[in-house]
Design a protein around this ligand. Sequence first.
Ligand code: IPM
Ligand code: MN
Length: 351
Amino acid sequence: MKFNIALLAGDGIGPEVIDQAVKVSDAVAEKFGHEITWKPALTGAAAIDAVGEPYPDETHDICVASDAVLFGAIGHPRFDNDPSAKVRPEQGLLKMRKKLGLFANVRPTFTFPSLLDKSPLKKERIEGTDLVFLRELTGGIYFGEKGRRDDRETAYDNCVYTREEVQRLAKKGFELAMTRSKKLCCVDKANVLETSRLWRETVQAMEKDYPEVEVSYEFVDAVAMRLVQWPNSYDVLITENLFGDILTDEASVISGSMGLMPSASLGSNIGLFEPIHGSYPQAAGKNIANPMATVLSAAMMFENFGLADEGKAIRDVVNKALNEGIVTEDLSDGGKAYGTNEVGDWLAKNI
Ligand code: IPM
Ligand code: MN
C-alpha cells in the first residue's frame, strides 16, 4: 500500500523522537512492501516562531491531504510562565483536534514484563495491567466559553457536553470493549456535575445495545485512587476531556516511564498518532529522550490502517529492545544508556 503521512514533529524532543518513528516505520514499510511519503509540516512553538501561528492553515491542508498524522510534541517553557501570552503552542493542538474531528483519544496503559521493577508501583499490583482510556477530546471544559468578568478578578471556563458528543465517544468505548474483555467503566462525577449526569444517563441508555458488555459507573476521584491500587482491575474506561487528561498522565507512569506509552486520536478518516509525553524541553537536543512511545504510536497507526502484522512487528521489536537493555537513560538505572538515535537505529535494524 501507499501512504502519505503528515509529519508534525513540533517542539522540544518532538523532532528527535519523530526521527526514530520514521526510521522504524520505513523499515516496516520496506519489509512488508509499502511505500510511505512523509509530509513534514510546522506546528507548536516552532510554527509560532516561523509564521506566528501554532497550527497554520498550510499545516492543516497537509494533514487533510494525508492518510494519517504522526505527531511529536508541542510546548515551550517561555509560554508556560507567561499567562498573558495570547498565542500559545497548545492552542495549535486543540485547534488541530477540533478541525480534524478527532473526538476520541485512545490512550492505552500496559506493562512490559522486563520493566515491572521500573514502575513506581509494586510489581504484584501492576502485573497484567492492560487498560485503555477513551478520552473525549473535542468538547467539555477545554472548548466551552472561557473568559474574565468585567472586574477581571473573576474567571470562568464552561464545561458543556451534548448527548450526541457523549454517544459517539461511548459507542467507540462499547465497540472496543466488545473486542477485549467486555468490561467498560464510565468515569464521571455524577454526584456533583450536570454534564456527568448527562454522560451517565446517555451511557445507561446505550447498555441495551451491547448486552454482553458489563458496564460500571465510577466517580473520577475513586478511579484516581483505584488506578494506583489495582490498575489491573480495569479494562476499557471512557471519560470526558479533562478527567481523561489527568487520569491518563497518572496511568502512564504505571508502565515504568512516561516515555513508553503511545496514543491515537480518532474520529474522522485521518487519525493522529502521538506519544503521551510532552515536549520535555530540558532534554531537547541532547539525544537522551526515550523514543519508544512515538515508535509505538507508529504501531498504532499501522494497526489503524488495518495492518495488524506491521503493528505487531513494531511491538515485538520494542519488546526485544527492552528485554535486551537497549534503553535510554530514563530506564537504564545507572547502567548502560543508549542515545535516542541509537535506540531508533537498533529498532529499525531489527525489524
Ligand atoms: C495532552 C496534553 C494537552 C491536553 C495539552 C498540551 C493541551 O496535556 O495531550 O494530554 O491537555 O490535552
Ligand atoms: Mn495531558
